[in-house]
Each structure stands twice: as C-alpha cells, then as structure tokens.
Design a protein around this ligand. Structure first.
Ligand code: ADP
Length: 920
C-alpha cells in the first residue's frame, strides 16, 4: 500500500524496464545474443522494441518524479515522441504493407549478418502507441480516468496474452497480430502496471463499484474467450473431418482407377491369349469408365493442388499405358499372338503399369498420412481447448473469489462506516444541541427546515418537531419570510458564505435581533444541497449598542455645545478635534482649523512668547492648569482664554496628543480685575485699621500698666491710713465703725489684688523673654511645691504623667499650670479631689491637659470664663479676681497655641492647651 501510495512502484517498473532495454540494446550493438534475450533460444527482443522500451521507461521515470523540473519534462516528452514515432511508423508499415526503411536506418551498421529483423511486432507497436499516448495524457487531469481505464484494459489483454503464451495454448504457430512474446509481454505488463500506479494516477482510487465491475467484466471476457475458443475448435474439427473424408475419397477413387486399369489389363491379356472379341469388348467398355474415374478424381482434387498434380500424373500414366495397350491389341490383330505377347511383356509396358501402381500407392500413402495427421491435430486441438477452458475456469474462479473478497471487505467496511456514521451523527447531534447559538439546516431545493438545534428551539419557543419540514412562510409573517427566503436564494445563488449582521426575528417571547451567517453546503458535484444557518442572539448587545449610540450622541452634543471650548491637538500642536463652542469663539470653520492650524497660530504675540515654555511643561508633566492666553479671532478681535490641558502618551510613553479645555476669560478677567482692586483697597484699609488698633492697643496696654502702676501708690496710702485710723481710734471705735473700716481695708486689699493682677496681665504683652527649651516635668514640680499647702489642705490626689521638654517661656508656662491646678484645687466639691496632669504628642504641637473632678462648668460659660475679670461665683462661694484664665489664654496665645476646656457640671472639668513644637 505504501509502495503504491508513494509511486515507488512506477519508479521500480521504469528502472527494471530501462535496465532490460539497455542491456538488450547493448546486445544488439555488440551482437551478443546472450544480451539480446532474456532467455536465450526461446525469446528475444527486437531492436526497435528495446529502443521503445528504453524511451518509455525514461518517460515514465521522469513523469513519476515528485517535482519534475522543466528540463526533465522536456526530456520526458522527447522520449515519448521518439517512442511514438518509432511505433507509429511500424504500425503504418503493417497497415499499409510498405517499407519505410526505418529498420535499415537504425540497424544497418550492426545487422549485416543478423538473423533477426529489427522491426517490432504489430501488437508491440500498438501497445507502445497506447502507452505513450497515456503518458502524454497524464498531464491533463480530465483524461486521467480514461487513461486509467485504457491501462487496465491493456493490462488485462497483456495478462491473457501472457497466460496463453506461457501455457503454449493454440500458439504452436504464433500469430504476430495477436500474440506477443512472453518477455515482451512481461515488460509491457510492468510498464503498464507502473504507469497505473504512478504518482500522477494513484489519487484515482479503485472504488468498490470499479473493482466489482472489473472482476465481472473480466469474467465476461473470459467466458467470451471460452465460447469463441470452443466455437473455433468445433469449426476446426469440422474442417479436419471434411479433410479426412476428402482424403478417404481420393484413396477410394484412385483405388477404383487402379482396379479398372487392372481389369483392363486382364481383358487385354484375355484377348492376346484367346483372340476373342469378347475380351476386346470388355476392354473397350472399361476404357470410358477409366476416363470417367480419372476425370472424377481430377475434379475432386481440383482444390488440392498437390493431389490434383498427382491425379494429372496418374491420368498421364494411364493415357500412356492405354497407348501401349492399344498397340498390343493392334499387334494381336495384325501380327498374331506371338508379337502381341512379346509386346505385352516388354519392360516398357510393365514399367508403365508399375508406375501406375506406384502412383496410386503414393496417393494412398500421402492421403493416409495426411488423414492421420489431421486426426492427431484434431485430438491435440480438442485437448488444447479443454486445457484452455480449464485454465479460464481457474481464472474465472479466481476472479469470482476476488470479487467475493472485495464484496466481503466492502460489506464489512460499509457496516463499520454505517456504525461510524451513526456514532458521528450522535456526536454531531450532541455538539449541535450544546452550541449556544441557533443552528438550522434547510433543503436547498424548497428551503424547508431539515434540522434545528436546541438553542434554536429555545429561541423560537417552538419544538423541532413543529419546525422541521416547514418553510419560513409557515412559521413567520409573509414580509419576514420574503426577506429570509430572498437572502437564502442569494446565498445559494452566489455559492458563498454571507453574513447578515442584523436580522429581526419574531419569536413567541417577542422580537429578537440576530446576527446570522448563512452558507451553502455542496454535493460532490459542487451543487448546493443544503443551506446552513448559524444565528447569534444579539438583542441585548443591540440594545446596549443603541444605548451606547444614544449616550455617545448625547456626549457628543454635550461636547459640542458645552459652555467651554474643547479641543485636541496632535504631537505637533495641530488641531485634530474641536467643539462647536470653541469654533464659534474663534470664528473659523472646522475645515479651516482641523489638521491645518495650531493653537499657537491663534495666539497674540505676547501670548506666543510664553507658549513654548507651557507646551514643554505639558509634555513633561502631563498637564497644564489655568494658563491664560490671548487669542486672535478670525475677525482680528482679541479675547482672553484660560487653558487647562492634559497630555496623552502612546504605549511607548511618547507624547502624541493633548486634550484641552478652553474657558472664555473675558468676564472672569473683568471680575478678577475688580477683585484685585477691592483686595488692594481692603489691604490698605486693613493695614490702616491694624495700625490704628495697634496704636490703641499699645495705648491701652500702656494705660493699663500706667493706671495699675500708678493706682497702687494711692491705694497703698488708703490702706495704710485706714490701718492708722483703726489703730488711733483703737478702743473708741464701736463695732459698726470697726466693721466699716474692715470693709474699706478689705476693699483696698482687693483693689490692690485686682490692680496687681491687671498689672501682671498687661505686663504679658510687653514681655521680651525669649523661648528656651524647658522641661515641663520640672515646671510641674515647681507648681506642686508652691501649691503644696493647698494640696495638703484639700487632701487632693495629683496624678502626673510624663511630660515633654518644650520650647517656651518657662515662668509663663509655670504661671499657666499654677492657675489651672490652683483652680482645680479651688473649685472642688465634696468628693475626694483628684487632679490629673498629662500631655499628648500631636503632629506639630504638644497638647497638655489638667483634669479635675470638681464642680464643673456649664458649656454656655466656656467662652466667658476666659475674659478678664469674668467669674461665675461670688467671692463668698469662691475667692478670686477672675483674671487667672485670661492670663492663661494670653500666655498660650503668645506661644502660638490654643486653650479650651471640656466639662460636665457636677463631675469635673478638663482644661487643654497646646504649645507648638517649633515656634519661630
Ligand atoms: P478666679 O478663679 O480668680 O475667679 P479665673 O479666671 O481663674 O478667676 O476663673 C474664672 C472663673 O472660672 C471662676 O470664677 C470659676 O467660676 C471658673 N473656674 C475656673 N476654673 C474652674 C474649675 N477648675 N472648676 C470650676 N470652675 C472653674
């Protein structure tokens, strides 16, 4: 099988034929009979035959090559034409019985003493012509089938020839018109077989039908041959029978002649001895009978020239014999017995008689021999026929066995194929049913549905039993069916796959949109037999696409009619897109701008100056924010714009486009200018007011300081004179006056305290103390030491968390802690007093706190208590001047910090203050 497929058989065949042909040719050239024949003394090749074999083998070898080069093709064709010329001329010589002289032309040099003729046999010439014509037709595919049949026919004929020659049947005298020599036939078979299995033809498979037809054709041919053979044998037997009969007749007739002549002889003898006329009469009577018998013989042998010649000779002998006999009669009549007797016994007369006898015997012998030969030939012929019939019976039997094997094999293959088809169908059905898209098959003739998959059933909401066998008109509206059918015909007519991107389909569940692909399915002759349709349900996609389209339109509308300008530029800064708003501002048409102008071209000379710098910045940073330019409109007018851009980079990170928003800056510019003007005015006013405030503050602080400083002296005087007055009057003072003087002294003392507090408060403003690093822990230790007495008195628990080192004015911070802890000790309730001091670190500051569980403060007083001299309690309830927290607030503010509190009345308060970590 592999040999057949790869065309090796053809190569081997051409190689073998070529070698044999070449060796024979060499044999002819050097005149060596051993070379010339495959089997010396039995068969030989003619010179021309070998030449043609060589040409044919070269042609087959080259044509069988996988990829023939053009030079090889040329050589192959030259070989074919040479073989055709040689075989064709020989063929013509046989047909027209002429001599072209080609034998002498080709073989003159070596054939002077040759016993063989160079001319090939008639049958060989035909076989070569057919073979080389086949070679020529191998290049045309449409003739391949014809060539295959031709070669097979040739192989069959050659095979029969081979069988007959090999069996030596009926070919004791080979007929050159039908029989070729054994070796020639064998080589022809190899060449024909090689060509049949050559690379150019092996694709043509021997189908089952071809094989069976071939077998039965051969059987028929064999039967015909048998019948012809039997018929011919019968005919030949009849002829032989006739020939035997004819021979027998000749023998009888010649014996009859001899009998008559002998009788004549006896009559003459009687006449010579007796001289009686009665013998003479008898002789005379016999005479015409002899003549008649000879004439009869001659007429009978007319067809057979040899026997006819013998009959003539016999007639002549008899005629000369009769002449002598007549002389004897004459002698007896005239000279008497003695003379006649002498003459009768002369050697001449005897010789003549003997000759006659010899002749008759010769005829008899010859005919006997020929009859024997004919009978033997008949026996041999009938034996040949029997053997032929037996041989062909074997052939028929073999062919029938082959046919049976082919049918058996084919039946098995068919059964396997059927099973395979059933399996494949099942597989296909499963695949089709599990494809999520609708799939249908229509008959190409009437467009009725032949197949529907599950997805199709689900889509239409109809089972396939209902759908199959129906056409579109039975399932859809006429309008829809018309459309589908026209599309189907288009596909079938154009014989190609056509896509229908949007096809509406009315289903039980409402209208659906399909993307359908339709394609024709062809039979082996290329005629469309089915129409296959595959539909994808794109309804959701279409809805989404429609929505997207609408949204895109809306966005585009928004883009075009936005209250600001949008544009995109390419890497060179040339406009690639621009919205209507911006176009309107510039006064140009889109076609004048897109791809032609740059944003740069629209700028005023002043704006152009900074543009390059901004553009480089955009490419580098990827954005531009609020850059102001002045743009020249088409009509030459100028207007200010503000540009915000972002850069777009390609996959390689190269800048290739910018997208910009342009704002008309005309109104904003006016507004900006106004704001600028207002701001400037405001700044001047603030500066003026600040200066005024500063001076009034300074005045006020100076006044407070002076007032508190200066008021201390008269107060001290009031206080000391009151004491003096109290001492002087001593015992004279009644209780009421004493009480009045105490009130006055107390008032003066309080006044003094107030003034001192005020003085301290005002001093804070003018403090020139610098910031230093101080340890808050040490500060707290100092405070606790100072307040130790009160702590002991109040039996308070003070909890101190680790505190940081801060940059501050140490005494002032100590004052803050002192005031806060002092207040905690002062504003307590009945529960055991607990004070907690701590600090939390924050990003840029320290947040200190002082927490107590005292009386607490109502939230509405959170602000009030930090004001100067603001108190929430009477002096009777709690001592104090109401300046402590004001001082704290001022100190903390001076440090750049803040002070506040959280408190729940009755539960306690927490005072917080912050000190920045770095104070400049
Ligand atoms: P003084 O304590 O001299 O009255 P301050 O300025 O220190 O003045 O306090 C103002 C007022 O805030 C106080 O009169 C008091 O009513 C209230 N206050 C201050 N600290 C506390 C505290 N720890 N608990 C409750 N009330 C307080």
């Amino acid at each position: 099988m592999r040999i057949k497929k790869s065309g090796y058989f053809a190569s081997i065949a051409s190689f073998v034929t070529g070698i044999v042909a070449l060796s024979v040719l060499i044999g002819w050239i050097i005149f060596n009979s051993a070379f010339k024949t495959g089997a010396p003394g039995i068969f030989s090749f003619k010179f021309h035959t070998s030449l043609c074999f060589l040409f044919s083998s070269v042609a087959l070898f080259l044509l069988n090559k996988k990829r023939e080069r053009s030079s090889e093709l040329i050589i192959a064709h030259i070989s074919i034409f040479l073989a055709l010329i040689l075989a064709g001329i020989t063929f013509s010589e046989y047909i027209f019985k002429c001599d072209s002289g080609i034998d002498e032309l080709l073989t003159n040099y070596n054939l002077t003493t040759n016993q063989y003729s160079a001319q090939m046999s008639f049958i060989s010439s035909i076989v070569f012509i057919l073979l080389n014509v086949s070679f020529l037709l191998l290049n045309y595919k449409r003739f391949h089938l014809f060539v295959q049949v031709l070669l097979m026919f040739g192989i069959v004929c050659l095979s029969f020839n081979l069988i007959l020659v090999a069996a030596k049947l009926n070919y004791s005298k080979p007929n050159q018109f039908i029989a070729a020599a054994l070796n020639v036939t064998a080589l022809f078979l190899i060449l024909y077989g090689g060509t049949l299995f050559s690379r150019k033809l092996i694709y043509l498979k021997f189908s089952f039908e071809k094989k069976i037809a071939g077998c039965f054709g051969l059987v028929l041919l064999v039967l015909v041959i048998i019948f012809v053979s039997i018929d011919k044998n019968n005919e030949r037997a009849k002829i032989i029978e006739q020939k035997v009969e004819h021979g027998n007749q000749i023998i009888i007739k010649s014996q009859k002649i001899l009998g008559l002549v002998l009788e004549m002889e006896t009559s003459i003898m009687g006449y010579v001895i007796s001289g009686k006329d009665v013998y003479l009469d008898s002789y005379n009577k016999l005479f015409p009978q002899v003549n008649e018998a000879i004439t009869d013989l001659r007429t009978f042998t007319k067809q057979d020239s040899l026997t006819h010649l013998w009959a003539d000779t016999l007639a002549n002998i008899i005629a000369s014999n009769i002449t002598i006999r007549n002389q004897i009669i004459e002698e007896r009549k005239t000279k008497g017995y003695e003379a006649a007797y002498d003459l009768f016994h002369t050697s001449l007369a005897q010789r003549k008689m003997n000759k006659l006898r010899e002749m008759v015997n010769k005829i008899e012998d010859s005919k006997d021999q020929s009859v024997t030969n004919l009978e033997a030939e008949q026996v041999r012929s009938s034996l040949d026929t029997k053997r032929t019939i037996l041989l062909f019976q074997i052939v028929i039997f073999s062919l029938l066995i082959i046919a049976f094997l082919v049918i058996y094999k084919n039946t098995r293959e068919r059964n396997n194929a059927k099973e395979e088809i059933v399996k494949n169908n099942l597989f296909l059905e499963t695949v089709l049913d599990n494809i999520p898209n609708m799939l249908f098959i229509k008959n190409a003739g009437d467009l009725t549905f032949l197949r529907f998959n599950k997805a199709g059933e689900n889509l239409l909401g109809t089972s396939r039993e209902v759908l199959i066998g129906k056409n579109d008109y039975a399932l859809f509206s006429k309008e829809q069916a018309d459309e589908y059918v026209s599309r189907d015909w288009k596909v079938l007519g154009q014989k190609e796959v056509i896509d229908f991107p949007e096809e509406k389909l009315a289903t039980k569940f409402g209208d659906r949109w399909l993307h359908t692909r339709k394609l024709p399915v062809f039979d082996s002759n290329g005629k469309p037999i089915y129409l296959l349709g595959i539909s994808v349900d794109i309804t959701e996609k279409k809805i989404a696409a429609d929505q997207l389209k609408k949204a895109t339109e809306e966005i585009y509308d928004l883009y075009n009619h936005a209250p600001c300008g949008y544009h995109s530029t390419d890497a060179d800064g040339r406009f690639v897109e621009i919205n209507n708003t911006e176009l309107k501002w510039y006064g140009y048409r889109r076609s004048e701008i897109i791809g032609k102008m740059k944003f740069f071209d629209l700028l005023t000379i002043e704006s152009k100056e900074g543009y390059e710098c901004h553009y480089t910045e955009l490419k580098k940073n990827g954005f531009l924010r609020d850059v102001k330019f002045e743009v020249i409109r088409k009509d030459g007018s100028i207007f200010p714009v503000m540009l915000n851009s972002s850069a777009i980079y390609d996959a390689k990170g190269k800048f290739f486009r910018s997208r910009s928003i342009i704002t008309d800056y005309t109104d904003r510019k006016k507004l900006d200018d106004q704001i600028k003007k207002f701001n400037q005015e405001l700044e001047i006013r603030v500066e003026e007011q600040t200066a005024a405030l500063k001076s009034s503050n300074t005045d006020l602080e100076r006044f407070a300081y002076v007032a508190s400083h200066d008021l201390q002296e008269p107060l001290r005087m009031v206080s000391s004179f009151l004491h003096l007055l109290e001492r002087r009057l001593g015992e004279d003072l009644d209780e009421t006056n004493k009480k009045y003087i105490d009130f006055a002294v107390d008032g003066a003392e309080r006044m003094k305290m107030l003034i001192q507090d005020l003085l301290e408060y005002s001093r804070l403003s003018s403090s020139l103390e610098v910031l230093k690093e101080v340890d808050s822990n040490l500060i707290i230790q100092n405070v606790l030491h100072l307040l130790d007495f009160d702590i002991q008195k109040e039996n308070a628990t003070v909890q101190i968390h680790p505190l940081p080192v801060i940059k501050a004015r140490g005494p002032q911070i100590q004052q803050v802690f002192q005031n806060l802890v002092g207040n905690a000790l002062k504003y307590r309730n009945n529960t055991p007093l607990k004070i907690e001091i701590g600090c939390m670190e924050q990003d840029h500051q320290w947040q200190f706190y002082v927490k107590d569980n005292g009386i607490g403060i109502e939230p509405k007083f959170f602000e009030k208590i930090f004001a100067v001299f603001q108190r929430l309690h009477s002096r009777k309830e709690f001592e104090g001047t109401g300046i402590g927290l004001s001082i704290c607030k001022k100190i903390i503010q001076k440090h750049g910090g803040n002070i506040w509190l959280t408190s729940v009345p009755g539960e306690g308060s927490t005072f917080y203050f912050t000190i920045p970590k770095m104070i400049s």
